[in-house]
Write a protein that binds this ligand. Sequence first.
Ligand SMILES: [Zn+2]
Length: 277
Amino acid sequence: MNKETLEKINKFTRRPFTEDEIYTFSVILCDNDIDRDYERFSGNALETLAKSFVGKTGIFDHNPTTSNQNARIFDTEIVTDGSRKTKTGESYKYLKANAYMVRTADNETLISEIDGGIKKEVSISCSAASRKCSICGNDRSAGGCAHIKGRMYSNKMCHTVLDNITDAYEWSFVAVPAQVNAGVTKRSANYGNISAHSETDITAADNELRRDICRLAFFTGGKTAVDNAMISAECMNTSQLINMKKSFEKSALSNGIEVQLMPDKDNDFSADEFSMK
Ligand SMILES: [Zn+2]
């Protein structure tokens, strides 16, 4: 660790730490490619996220024994991978974050898990005020258009371009069990890109989350699970819904299932809309 790195870290700490007391690692927070929700961040959005995530604390979720353990991002950079193109044919760019943890007796195991690549999934949540259709440029939050995410229009896949990032809320590690790790390539998912501009937007985003939960529940426990999930989800707020979606995704994953959420064609859902890998 060089002096400059340590100085950056010590800006966030209550007292100056020495190199030996600190563990650093890097994670990929997001990229500019179309994700499985048929959304992508604009270049401008990546720049904003790079600034917003500095100083943000990440959590290791869903594991009570690690609830007191967290890491903080002290530096970010946008990396261009010239050897790879996005689905839209642009140079692939990703937002890399450098994070640190203060070494304690409690987080020794966690650190070795990070080193060993067991904890490698990172999810982020942020707020995008602009969500434009890639085909016509209409804002989805403002009524939207007739184009459907995931469908092809003149050889171009319709997706939503997220821009005007107003807030970055959190980043979290999702533990991926080693046995599942092998066969599953699951990208860092961008949970909860919620436009917080108006009540209507939040309601629309919440309903989208409820639909996702519905689909995931169907996969993990069939019709009964859907019914139960819908009863619970009824009165939940956005962050509770995001957590519920995350936990369903996690349980699907732990069963070796990767669920690809397809754009909804109508309000009903059927097994045809899922694809399993
Ligand atoms: Zn459109």
